[in-house]
Design a protein around this ligand. Structure first.
Ligand code: AQP
Length: 338
């Protein structure tokens, strides 16, 4: 189903850790540009975050803070639907139904589960295992056509497509089969101290990432101590992961191609380049942080936006869910029987 002839786009982040410039470059920045072209839903997926133990008051605060950071990064609530996943109970209902259309063998193949089971070995709960089914429910509820994802979510989207096709084959077309939108190569931002790993918002060492809300002095310090390689040339190279990563960040934030940056900084040393990069990051984050400070100071406003978002999302989700309930043979909701 397309609204106003625009394709439906859905994306979200789990409120864990701190949103990073990796999230900004790989997700938030693109989202705000996509709003004009797609009918967008942006979700703070708090139900996903409880697959790992969370402190209740921190989770609540962080969910609201993430929503404020979405808004501060350019999500326009007049144009897009922004909401918190647990405010729309349809996600849990559809996830249960889809669990019954997912093979255990398919879930066993999910590499992210294996990684997370290793990382959180003291709490390998069933939620962690069926997480991809909840993600399928998030997407299929809204008949999304396009789902921007990182490389690590590719397998989950493929599973979503398989579940949707299986259901449609059994009951007739109910779900739109979504397409992945993988952001352009090079937009994968790596950890500052270990550039072989992705910059991760839940990294226990905050020196590995620049948070969207980091103060200028913190940005400067983290970039200064970011790992570079032996040598002194500002050149991207597969064997020089540290400087390549910093050049990628510079390029993504400035829009200047890496080859041009290499030319621009050819007479500069690492320290000089890092100083300019830190300034660019600080100037990029400044307006976002200013908007964030205003928004977070007005919780009533954020909660109103989130309430309106959840209402709009619920209306759409309910349309899909009603169809699903009917097709699989559930008795219509008693309260709705005339
Ligand atoms: N380093 C990155 N470079 C480019 N894009 C990135 N994204 C994340 N890190 C980078 C993009 O941001 C969105 C959210 O991804 P996520 O992995 O931070 O968060 P999640 O989906 O909420 O997953 P997890 O596993 O729950 O996160 P953690 O590891 O914090 O526990 C995606 O669009 C991603 O591409």
């Amino acid at each position: 189903m397309k609204i106003n002839n625009k394709k439906i786009l859905l994306s979200g982040v789990a409120p864990t850790g701190n949103l990073t410039i990796g999230n900004y470059i790989g997700a938030l920045k693109n989202w705000s540009q996509m709003q004009a072209h797609y009918d967008c839903l942006f979700i703070v997926v708090d139900m996903h975050s409880i697959t790992v133990r969370q402190d209740p008051s921190t989770l609540r605060e962080r969910s609201i803070s993430f929503a404020a950071q979405y808004l501060a990064s350019g999500i326009d609530p007049e144009q897009s639907i922004i909401f918190i996943q647990s405010n729309v109970p349809a996600h849990a209902e559809l996830a249960w139904i889809l669990n019954c259309f997912t093979n255990v063998g398919e879930l066993n193949r999910m590499t992210q589960f294996k990684d997370k089971a290793r990382k959180y070995s003291s709490n390998v709960n069933a939620g962690l295992y069926v997480y991809p089914v909840l993600m399928a429910a998030d997407i299929l509820l809204y008949q999304a056509n396009i789902v921007p994802i990182g490389d690590d979510q590719r397998q989950h989207l493929e599973l979503t497509r398989n579940i949707a096709s299986r259901f449609n084959n059994l009951y007739g077309k109910v779900f739109q089969i979504p397409e992945a939108y993988i952001s352009r190569a090079g937009a994968r931002i790596m950890s500052l101290l270990n550039p072989e790993r992705k910059m991760d918002k839940s990294d226990l060492n905050s020196n590995n990432y620049i948070a969207l809300l980091d103060e200028p002095s913190v940005v400067l310090k983290k970039i200064r101590q970011a790992v570079t390689d032996s040598g002194r040339e500002i050149k991207a190279n597969k064997t020089k992961l540290g400087i390549s990563n910093l050049l990628t960040i510079y390029s993504c934030l400035s829009g200047i191609p890496i080859a041009k940056l290499e030319e621009q900084f050819k007479d500069e040393n690492y320290a000089g380049f890092k100083k300019e990069l830190a300034e660019l990051i600080i100037e990029t984050l400044r307006p976002i942080q200013n908007r964030y400070k205003k928004l977070i100071g007005d919780k009533e406003y954020i909660l109103t936006i989130l309430k309106q978002g959840a209402e709009k999302a619920s209306e759409r989700a309910e349309r899909t869910l009603k169809e699903v309930r009917e097709r699989i043979g559930f008795v219509p909701l008693i309260t709705k029987i005339q």
